[in-house]
Design a binder for this molecule. Structure first.
Ligand code: C2E
Ligand code: MG
Ligand code: MG
Length: 744
């Protein structure tokens, strides 16, 4: 028993030992686990990127939390707070930070302990001991304390703020952009618009955003149709927004000009660029449209185009644009079966007026003529200036040739009234040629050309009238070209000659002088009248060389005739306005006189009245120098121009030649007779010689004798003849004159 007891005791002892051992082992295992957990926790806490700390609540006697004490801080907390662990652990939160016991942050911490609810917050740091600008803090209850994890979010906050600023910046750019920006959803509903868009459209954001679609107005299709072509007009009717975004929807930037209709109804030309807004998957989420007012640009463009296509003097359509207009009108007439009439208008003798009155007056006349033409036609007709004094009128929508006839005669009569230029009344008539499509020309080119031929026909026919094109005119205009070509060679080929027409004294009946008149005999074209080739020579400038030759020849032949006849005959040479502009004119005359040894007193230069009215000092000085040479000056075709007595006195003219139109009518027309009487009386009063031109009948001669005209020239007395025949003519005439005077 005792043995059993002893065994039991021993056993108990063994058991107790074993138990103790077990307990010990368990304890050490536990401690080891705790230590392991502790070191694991430390490792985690220390390597955490966040600041981690454990604080224990500090309570007063009443059990209220009055502070927190740092139990643990990790390395990042040290860094963030700028203090070492030794400085922090054991210290209280309020003593180490700027936190207040009455502050919201402190109360929030207490609340975590009271409720067990964790706290998460982001806040800007005002404590300059803490090295972070923004913190994100997570506070969790841990026993009677807190575990606080704080991360420095300063950087992400800064980025966020930068983004916010950028967005703000973008918005400000959007709002203040100098052009209108309108954003829409994929269906066209306006989702945003900027200030410029409000200004441009006249609508406020409130009126349009989320309420109105961006679209093309249906009732604008006419306008758009005209501007953009018919196909588009049809599209507009179907879906306005789709038309606006068609290209943008397939990924292209669509840029077009449109007419914007403002809220007040005003129409503004705009440039509209549309771009689609898409997701990464290319799905269209909307459209952005940028528009700007192009009124100024349009106006500038229009101005420049106008300048380039219009005549600067008259503002009429210029030559290049005229061609286009004729082509357009012909195309249209072809399509609609109507007619187009083209009128070519050339002012009669404008060159003479321009040369004699000066360019400034010429310009005034051109402007008045262009105004008269404009007023004579409909606003849809085209009026163009194609050359110096040449105009073209294009009339579309003509139904009958009779209408054209009426319009042409209207143009002629509207041009005819006198024009007042610098105090002078000038009569500028026009010759009008007309051609009609499709009646007389099958295309635009022929239309203008044939109207031009008709104009020449009107000139040939006596000017101040109209002519409608006929086939016969084709030949005439070709003839004109041929003539121009031939004239260029006439002088070198020796085709020119001077004929002389005797001038007879009405007191003695004797030949006192002769007028040198140019003749052109072309081997193929035959005799060409000066009325035909002198204007052509003036136009082409050939008159300068031809005129020089005429002076030289007339002086030489005149001197030879004087010598042959033993009479001091006056040699009259015609001078055209163009020659008067010639700088070396005086030298040319002087050379002719020296070479021929003709006395300057025997040379008479015939100029027209208009040439006296030139405002050019240079030309008047030239006239003065001619007079100083001793050369005499006669006024040719007197009565047809527009000079006044004062000019005759001022320039000491030697002779007046009464124009043949008055002489011819003097015996039948009382007015013409009065003009002739007045000219003779005036000449005598001013002590100027007077010659009557174009005397064809005895009746006319008697009239002039009665009126005591000094001299006469005309077919009745003598026709122009070559120099070789002149002496015989004079001898015969003088003998005959003597006889008739004796008989009279
Ligand atoms: P003009 O100076 O008035 O010359 C008179 C014109 O009347 C001449 O015409 C002459 O032949 C014509 N004539 C003379 N008597 C009569 C008559 O009784 N009845 C009719 N019906 N006519 C008569 P022509 O020779 O044909 O010359 C025409 C114009 O050409 C001249 O008019 C003159 O302005 C110009 N001209 C002629 N030769 C020259 C020249 O050498 N130089 C310049 N610059 N012009 C010239
Ligand atoms: Mg003459
Ligand atoms: Mg004459």
């Amino acid at each position: 028993m005792a043995e059993l007891l002893a065994i039991l005791i021993v056993f108990a002892g063994v058991l107790a030992g074993a138990w103790a051992l077990l307990r010990e082992r368990e304890r050490s295992l536990k401690q080891k686990g705790a230590e392991e957990a502790h070191s694991q926790f430390l490792a985690a806490a220390e390597t955490s990127l966040d600041a981690f700390s454990i604080l224990q609540a500090v309570r007063n006697e009443a059990g209220e939390i009055i502070d927190f004490r740092f139990l643990y801080v990790n390395a990042n907390t040290e860094k963030m707070m700028g203090r070492s662990r030794a400085e922090l652990v054991g210290q209280t939160l309020l003593s180490m930070t700027t936190m207040h016991r009455d502050g919201g942050a402190f109360r929030n911490f207490c609340k975590v302990i009271e409720t067990g609810e964790p706290l998460r917050q982001e806040f800007p740091v005002q404590d300059d001991r803490i090295r972070a600008a923004w913190l994100r803090t997570q506070v969790v209850k841990l026993g009677d304390g807190l575990a606080i994890t704080s991360s420095d979010i300063s950087e992400s906050k800064a980025t966020q703020q930068r983004y916010a600023k950028l967005a703000e910046f973008h918005d400000s750019v959007f709002q203040n952009a100098p052009f209108s920006i309108v954003a829409t959803n994929p269906h066209g509903l306006i989702t945003a618009m900027n200030v410029a868009a409000e200004k441009l459209t006249g609508y406020s954001r409130e009126q349009l955003v989320g309420k109105a679609p961006l679209t093309i107005l249906h009732d604008e299709r006419e306008l758009l149709g005209k501007a953009m072509g018919m196909d588009l007009a049809a599209a507009v009717q179907r879906d306005g927004f789709k038309v606006l975004t068609a290209e943008a929807a397939v990924g292209e930037m669509q840029e077009q000009e449109w007419t914007l209709i403002r809220r007040d109804g005003a129409r503004i030309p705009i440039n509209l660029a549309v771009r689609a807004v898409t997701t990464d998957a290319d799905e269209i989420t909307g459209f952005v449209s940028i528009a700007f007012d192009i009124t100024d640009r349009k106006q500038m463009l229009e101005y420049v185009t106008h300048m380039a296509t219009h005549d600067p003097l008259t503002g009429l359509v210029g030559r290049s644009m005229l061609q286009d207009k004729i082509v357009q009108n012909v195309e249209q007439a072809r399509r609609y079966g109507t007619k187009v009439a083209v009128f070519v208008i050339d002012l009669d003798h404008f060159k003479r007026i321009n040369d004699s009155l000066g360019h400034a007056s010429g310009d005034q006349i051109l402007m008045e003529a262009s105004n008269r033409l404009r007023r004579s036609v409909r606003s849809t007709d085209v009026v163009s200036r194609v050359g110096g004094d040449e105009f073209v009128v294009v009339m579309p929508d003509i139904t009958s040739v009779a209408d054209v006839e009426q319009c042409a005669s209207n143009l002629v009569s509207r041009l005819a009234p006198e024009i007042s230029v610098d105090g002078h009344l000038v009569r500028v008539t026009g010759s009008v040629g007309v051609c009609v499509f499709p009646d007389f020309a099958s295309d635009a080119k022929h239309l203008l050309k044939r109207a031009d031929s008709a104009m020449y026909a009107a000139k040939e026919n006596g000017r101040n009238q109209h002519q409608i094109f006929s086939e016969g005119m084709l030949k005439e205009s070709a003839d004109r070209l041929t003539m121009e070509h031939a004239l260029r060679h006439a002088l070198a080929n020796g085709e020119l000659a001077i004929h002389y027409q005797a001038q007879v004294s009405l007191t003695t009946g004797a030949v006192t002088g002769m007028e040198a008149l140019m003749r052109w005999n072309h081997p193929k074209l035959g005799e060409i009248a000066p009325a035909q080739f002198i204007p052509l020579a003036e136009e082409t400038g050939l008159i300068v060389s031809i005129g020089e030759w005429a002076f030289a020849t007339a002086c030489c032949e005149g001197k030879a005739l004087q010598d042959d006849l033993g009479i001091d005959l006056t040699v009259s040479v015609n001078l055209s306005p163009r020659q008067f502009q010639q700088k070396n004119l005086v030298e040319v005359v002087e050379t002719a006189l020296i070479r021929s040894r003709l006395s300057p007193r025997s040379l008479e230069i015939e100029i027209t009245e208009n040439m006296l009215m030139v405002n050019s000092e240079e030309m008047l000085a030239r006239l003065e120098r001619l007079r100083e040479l001793g050369v005499r000056i006669a006024i040719d075709d007197f009565g047809t121009g527009f000079s006044s007595f004062s000019y005759l006195l001022q320039y000491q003219v030697d002779r007046l030649k009464i124009d043949q139109s008055f002489v011819k009518k003097a015996v039948t027309d009382a007015n013409a007779a009065a003009v002739v009487r007045a000219i003779i009386a005036m000449s005598h009063g001013l002590n100027i010689g007077v010659v009557a031109e174009g005397v064809e009948t005895e009746e006319q001669l008697r009239f002039l004798l009665r009126r005591k005209c000094d001299e006469a020239q005309g077919f009745m007395l003598a026709r122009p003849v070559p120099a070789s025949e002149f002496s015989a003519l004079v001898r015969a005439h003088n003998a005959h004159a003597l006889l008739s005077l004796q008989n009279a």
